[in-house]
Design a protein around this ligand. Structure first.
Ligand code: NAD
Ligand SMILES: O=C(O)C(=O)C[C@@H](O)[C@H](O)[C@H](O)COP(=O)(O)O
Ligand code: ZN
Length: 361
């Protein structure tokens, strides 16, 4: 990709928008903010203090009353206290319904920024500027916004699509390898549920896939965004098909909570996908080769495959508040085959335990 090339991926639904992938995209921000806004709030994590301030200063030069709101890094930002801190900043700046929130950062930041936008005055416009692989391919696209509570992950939130998403690939150069690789879990998820070419590209050179300098970085990101865009375009509020994007997340979210959010989301989802593959296999749905492919591709990029065996009772308890649960019924996304996701409802507890045995350390 040359510096000037920009890929535009449409996301449909009642409030359509585009995901732009390229470099030097910040020139696009003004058009997305629109001409009705007087004030803009740039919500950014501590790690991107300079970027947040540069963006604020640039918007101020363009004539907006721009404020920067710094939130903690990573999952510590996804709390009611941080949301309340942001609401206070908006209130103090006189933020009205025509003003705009810009969320710049990883998925944790875009989740809380989107949630603040969804709740302030019952909903104001927002633009996502994702700066991690994970946020580009998943978190910033699709309008799921939210925060955690003491009881679990993402338990409070709203569906509130952004006005646009700017994925500037240059942002990935400063990302640590651990965070880069964590994002690959959602890329690999998109491969297993819908686009196996993603898996072929990673398997061809797993080491190259671990860095933004790899030859297929833009293609992997764009393919994953297209999977997400296609799914959410037809089912914004997760009435059905959108549930496939939760592949690996039932156990993944339970692990994140058990680890008090010290594990990255992608790492937990990696173990969760391995578990879901084994669950599908043991339930007689998934062939052995595809289940084994999970192990090889996740391991090849350095993602974890196992978790502490003694934690199963706690994980089972955590999984009960998963949003796919209905009453006492646990529901999992499994595969009937490669790119054939489906729902497995109320699996036999012995099969669940056996599947966990396959990922227990
Ligand atoms: N809304 C959705 O549909 C959706 C989808 C997937 C994941 N998520 C959420 O996304 C979150 C995980 O996102 P993540 O993996 O991006 O992690 P993250 O947001 O926690 O970011 C990881 C770390 O990298 C820092 N960082 C961000 N961009 C950087 C950059 N360019 N250079 C250097 N440091 C940078 C962050 O400040 C943080 O410390 C989880 O909370 C998960 O639940 C949401
Ligand atoms: O967009 C979706 O829908 C997803 O499930 C994508 C997931 O990768 C993401 O982690 C999402 O935040 C999980 O949502 P939740 O509803 O299970 O909290
Ligand atoms: Zn996820």
């Amino acid at each position: 990709m040359t510096e000037q090339q920009v890929t535009r991926i449409p996301v449909g639904g009642s409030d359509p928008y585009e995901v732009l992938v390229g470099r030097q995209l910040l020139g696009e921000l003004g058009a997305l903010i629109g001409d009705k806004a007087k004030r803009v709030a740039v919500i950014h994590p501590e790690a991107l203090a300079e970027t947040g301030e540069a963006l604020r200063a640039d918007l101020a030069v363009q004539g907006y009353e721009a404020i920067a709101i710094q939130v903690p890094n990573a999952e510590e930002a996804k709390t009611a206290e941080v949301a309340a801190y942001c609401w206070k900043a908006l209130g103090q700046s006189g933020f009205t319904r025509t003003d705009v929130v810009v969320g710049v950062g990883g998925g944790a930041t875009t989740d809380v920024a989107g949630f603040v936008a969804a709740t302030w005055l019952r909903g104001v416009r927002w633009v996502a500027v994702p700066t991690t692989v994970l946020a580009m391919v998943d978190a910033a696209v699709g309008g799921k916004t939210g925060i955690n509570t003491a009881e679990g992950k993402n338990l409070v939130g709203a569906f509130h699509p952004p006005a646009g998403v700017l994925c500037d690939l240059a942002a990935l150069d400063s990302l640590g390898v651990h965070d880069y690789v964590s994002g690959l879990a959602e890329v690999i998820k998109a491969g297993f549920i819908a686009d196996p070419v993603i898996l072929d590209l990673i398997e061809a050179d797993p080491q190259a896939a671990r860095t933004p300098a790899g030859p297929h970085t833009a293609e992997l990101i764009e393919r994953s965004i297209r999977v997400k865009a296609e799914v959410v375009s037809g089912d914004l509020k997760e009435a059905g098909r959108r549930e496939i994007l939760n592949y690996g997340h039932t156990l993944g979210h339970a692990i994140e909570k058990n680890e008090r959010y010290k594990w990255r989301h992608g790492a937990a989802v990696s173990v969760g996908m391995m578990f879901a593959a084994e669950l599908g296999r043991l339930a007689g749905r998934l062939d052995e080769a595809t289940a084994e492919r999970h192990r090889t591709v996740l391991e090849s990029v350095g993602l974890p495959l196992s978790y502490r065996g003694d934690q199963w009772p706690k994980l089972l308890e955590n999984m009960k508040v998963d949003k796919k649960s209905r009453g006492d019924l646990l529901r999992f996304i499994v595969l009937d085959g490669l790119a054939k996701p489906t729902v497995l409802e109320g699996p036999d507890p012995t099969v669940l335990l056996a599947a966990y045995g396959e990922v227990s350390a």
